[in-house]
Design a protein around this ligand. Structure first.
Ligand code: SF4
Ligand code: SF4
Length: 144
């Protein structure tokens, strides 16, 4: 069975999402995806370092499978998250499992390294404290 792709660094982004994004279409899609993940955390995905269900509506997605914003760096960020969380590219995981691994394996130094240059972090929208709280909510509840 073909699973939807979920790119690894989006474990962090979906946890910290507060309704801000690149444009209206991106936010509408991201809000739908995040609500679904929180409602159905057992949904299975194929873990990826390539465009996923969130990238689909992003103005930085070129429609041919590439992020034009950070082409190589964003895939490297995905792979750094996978290594850190001991997850495999192409592996099948539920959203809850991915969040549990993030809660277990991430620390503030890694978060700073991974997200330090992102514009959303620079705007104060992504904080490590909030990340751990949100990850714990997904891990400990069936939905919220
Ligand atoms: S700082 Fe950027 S990459 Fe990191 S979680 Fe926030 S939006 Fe995602
Ligand atoms: S900036 Fe790139 S990685 Fe992030 S959502 Fe858009 S297309 Fe995907």
């Amino acid at each position: 069975m073909q699973r939807e792709r979920f790119r690894a660094h989006h474990i962090l982004c979906t946890s910290l999402y507060v309704g801000r994004g690149y444009d209206g279409a991106f936010c509408e899609n991201m809000t739908r995806v995040v609500e679904r993940l929180r409602r159905e955390p057992e949904t299975l995905f194929s873990l990826a370092a390539s465009p996923d269900l969130i990238c689909q509506n992003c103005p930085n997605h070129d429609g041919a499978g590439h992020c034009v914003r950070n082409r190589d760096r964003v895939a490297e960020k995905d792979r750094a998250v996978m290594r850190r969380l001991h997850l495999e590219e192409g592996g099948t995981y539920s959203y809850r499992e991915m969040c549990a691994c993030a809660l277990r394996d991430l620390d503030e130094a890694f978060f700073e390294e991974c997200c330090g240059t992102c514009e959303w972090k620079r705007q104060g929208l992504c904080e490590y404290k909030d990340l751990t709280e949100q990850l714990a909510r997904v891990v400990r509840s069936s939905s919220y």
